[in-house]
Every structure is written in structure tokens, then in C-alpha cells.
Design a protein around this ligand. Structure first.
Ligand code: NAD
Ligand code: DAU
Length: 377
């Protein structure tokens, strides 16, 4: 079946993996990547698909309702996978307005444009889907009831060999929303708007909430690429607080595979949690990164441990995230493809092999690159 799908935020970290997967896997689909190219958007993430006949890039702001409506009409769009967002918690603490604008008002403008366009069609919502990508951070924070770690009661192919859980509780699809940061509050609000468009207007919607992603093309303000780059340049590694916070890490391609599966087989109006049962304390994952980078750079073991620098904690820093993804596994048969040890090795290698990609971002030159390559269309 032919389909025309808008993927928003396709020039970002996760979005670029989703665009790549859809463009390559579905030659009959027309994939329209709608991205404003903020500091986090980088068309270099997509050079391998930019000339594919089923791919179109449009530089546009999701907050621009008229533009979104025009695009949907122009391309007769029947599906939307919405990833565009401001995504960095630390930035949201400094500048909450931008987060409310993009994440809340941008999502609302996209929803309203889809409503107006789809309701104007004879078949209305039939065969349409608005799929909203969200985060586990909307659920708040879990207690760290097992600080030394216990054998994880659940695993997937993504779980690390260490199989640790740092508490008995996990986020379920039914867990009450309790966001703490301006970022998670804005994502929670957008999730509510998406569900309201289903409940009020009958729009076919799906929401998924995923745990921390890692892998190639992540903007180097986030923990893993930042630390890999700092180790390479012998710069300090700023560990927030005591490094005791726990995150649940999933390889980005496995998130993209879950999005593909849910877009095609997910049940309308449902929520699916996505995660690989792969919890790590920050300080432990940091040591794994140091060990891997040192080995791949030919440094003696332990060489970069001296870079660890404990700094003031992030305000309102959520203690533990842990996703229960058994619904996605049992209802749709999703299973991650990569175990953590393999995923982290691949990731470190990718950043070390793609030094120019990193240097262009950190030197600010990548902005000039895409501005000269792509004009407003
Ligand atoms: P990112 O910051 O790497 O990319 C965001 C993209 O959105 C960029 O390309 C940016 O240019 C674009 N964008 C921002 N504002 C826009 C606007 N107004 N109009 C159009 N485009 C705009 O983010 P990411 O880490 O890839 O996250 C993508 C989505 O997945 C977000 O919605 C985020 O909340 C969610 N998510 C992320 C993670 C994670 O670990 N990174 C985990 C769960 C969910
Ligand atoms: O859980 C999903 C979320 O994961 C996504 O919704 C967000 O978009 C994504 O950015 C990510 O949020 P985090 O805040 O967990 O990711 P970050 O990489 O910023 O930080 C990971 C952990 O590492 C967190 O506990 C804070 C800590 N940290 C981070 C940085 C950047 C440090 O200790 N030092 C640092 O310099």
C-alpha cells in the first residue's frame, strides 16, 4: 500500500534513524521530513538517504499552523510520526518558554492541522494515524529501593549482562503522570493533547513513551556522546551529584524498529512503553564508556578515570527511570536486536570513527553547512 507520511524532527537524533528506516524499508511510501533545523537538527545525519526518490525534506516550524496545513494538503498526508521537540532537560531548566512553545503549542498546531485536513476529506479519519513520540520522563521518578542492584525480574535482548534493577517498581502504561522538569511537563502536556484529540474528535492517535536512547548521531550535549568526545580530548567529565541516578538505556535503532512496528500494527488510542530492561547507574555507565574509549584509543586501562569530576546536581534531578515494556513485547512481539554490550561498543566506535561529524557540531560549522546546502522550500 502506498502511504505519505510526515515525520517531524527527522533531522534530529532519533528522527534521523526513523527516517532512514522508513525510506529504505518502504520504497512505496513517500517520507516527508519536516524539521525546523534548530541547533539540534542536522541534515548531515541523513546524507545517505537525501537523494532517495521517496524522500523529501521540508524546512518548517511545527508551530506554524498554516504551513503544516498546507503541507498536509500539498502532499495528501495520511500518517504523521511526530518527534520534533526540544529534548534536553538542562536547556529546559534555563529556558522553559521554548519548551512550552515547541512541545506543547507545536504539537497542538500539528494536531489541529491534521484535524482540519483529515476532516475535510470524504473518507475523513479512515486509514489515518497521528503517532506521537514521547518519553518515560512524564511518569516522574521511581525510588531507588535497591541501591546495590538486584537481579532484574525482566529482561529483553537489550538487557545488559549485569541484569540489574535498582528497585521493584517500573513505569507501566497506566502509571500516573508526575513530571518534574519543564521538559517532562511540556511532553506530558503534549501527550494529553494528543489523547484529547482522540477522545474529543475521534482522531486516530497512538502515544509511545520510551526510555533513554543511545547510538550514532546524538547531539553531544547528552551524556554519552558528550563524554565520549570529552574523553577523546582529555576534558573533564561532569558527573551530576553523586552519579547515583539510574537510567534505562535502549539502542536508538531498536526504538526506531519499535516505532515502525507500532505505526503499522499498534492499536489506535493505545499507549505503549518502550524500553529494554537495561538499567544503569550513571557512574557505572560512565565507567563502561571510559573503559571502551580507552581500549579503542589504545590507552592503558583506567587512563581516563581521572577525568571524572563530580559537579553540582541538576535541579530536580529524577532519581530512577525504569520502563516495563512487556505490553509491547507480548501484544506486538517487539524484541530489541542488540544487547547493551554490543550497542555501546558500536556507539563508541561510531563517534570515534566520525570525528569530523562531531567536530563540525562542536565548532559550530555545521550550521553554515546546512544553511548553504538547503534553502527554505
Ligand atoms: P533531538 O533534540 O535530537 O531532535 C529534535 C529535532 O526536532 C531536531 O531535528 C530539531 O531541529 C527539531 N525541531 C525542534 N523544534 C522544532 C520545531 N518547532 N519545528 C520543527 N522541528 C523542530 O531530539 P531526540 O533526542 O531525537 O528526540 C526526538 C523525540 O523523541 C522527542 O520528542 C523526545 O521528547 C523523544 N524522546 C527522546 C528520547 C531520547 O533519549 N533522546 C527518549 C524518549 C523520547
Ligand atoms: O528518559 C528519556 C529522556 O532521556 C528523553 O526524554 C530526553 O529527551 C533525553 O535527553 C534523555 O534525558 P536525560 O536527562 O536522562 O538525558 P541526559 O543525557 O541529559 O542525561 C542522562 C543522565 O546523565 C542524567 O541522569 C543526567 C546525567 N548527566 C548528564 C549530563 C549531560 C550527567 O551526570 N552529566 C552530564 O554532563
Amino acid at each position: 500500500m502506498k502511504r505519505t507520511i510526515i515525520i517531524t524532527g527527522g533531522a534530529g537524533f532519533i528522527g534521523s534513524h526513523v527516517v532512514r528506516l522508513f525510506v529504505n524499508k518502504y520504497p512505496d511510501y513517500h517520507i516527508i521530513n519536516v524539521d525546523k533545523l534548530t541547533y539540534a537538527g542536522n541534515l548531515e545525519n541523513l546524507t545517505d538517504v537525501e537523494n532517495m526518490p521517496n524522500y523529501t525534506f521540508v524546512k518548517a516550524d511545527i508551530c506554524d499552523f498554516d504551513r503544516m496545513l498546507d503541507l498536509m494538503k500539498e502532499y495528501t498526508v495520511d500518517g504523521i510520526i511526530h518527534l520534533a521537540a526540544e529534548s534536553h532537560v538542562d536547556r529546559s531548566i534555563k529556558d522553559p518558554f521554548t519548551f512550552a512553545k515547541t512541545n506543547v503549542m507545536g504539537t497542538l498546531s500539528l494536531l489541529q492541522a491534521a484535524k482540519v485536513y483529515w476532516e475535510s476529506l470524504p473518507e475523513k479519519y479512515s486509514g489515518k494515524l497521528f503517532y506521537h513520540i514521547s518519553t518515560d520522563e512524564v511518569y516522574g521518578a521511581l525510588e531507588l529501593t535497591a541501591p546495590e542492584g538486584i537481579d532484574s525480574p525482566f529482561t529483553t535482548a537489550a538487557s545488559s549482562e549485569h541484569h540489574h534493577a535498582y528497585g521493584e517498581e517500573f513505569f507501566l502504561e497506566t502509571t500516573k503522570y508526575n513530571p518534574h522538569s519543564p521538559y517532562s511537563a511540556s511532553k506530558a502536556s503534549s501527550d494529553h493533547f494528543v489523547r484529547a484529540y482522540h477522545d474529543t474528535y475521534g482522531m486516530p492517535t497512538i502515544v509511545t513513551n520510551c526510555s533513554n536512547n543511545y547510538g550514532p548521531y546524538q547531539f553531544p550535549e547528552k551524556l554519552i556522546p558528550l563524554f565520549i568526545n570529552n574523553i577523546r580530548h582529555r576534558k573533564a567529565l561532569p558527573v551530576y551529584g553523586k552519579g547515583e541516578n539510574v537510567r534505562d538505556w535502549l539502542y536508538v535503532v531498536d526504538h526506531a524498529r519499535a516505532i515502525d512496528l507500532i505505526f503499522h500494527d499498534g492499536k489506535v488510542a493505545e499507549t505503549y512503553n518502550i524500553g529494554g530492561f537495561n538499567e544503569w547507574k550513571n557512574i557505572d555507565i560512565i565507567k563502561v564508556i571510559i573503559k571502551t574509549v580507552d581500549r579503542l584509543l589504545g590507552n592503558p586501562e583506567g587512563h581516563s578515570l581521572d577525568l571524572i569530576t563530580y559537579v553540582t546536581d541538576r535541579a530536580g534531578h529524577d532519581l530512577r527511570y525504569a520502563i516495563d515494556s512487556r505490553k509491547l513485547q507480548s501484544e506486538l512481539g517487539w524484541e530489541p536486536s542488540l544487547q547493551f554490550e554490543e550497542g555501546i561498543e558500536k556507539t563508541v566506535r561510531w563517534y570515534l570513527d566520525n570525528e569530523e561529524w562531531m567536530n563540525r557540531i562542536t565548532s559550530g560549522e555545521y550550521e553554515k553547512y546546512y544553511e548553504s546546502m538547503y534553502k527554505d522550500r
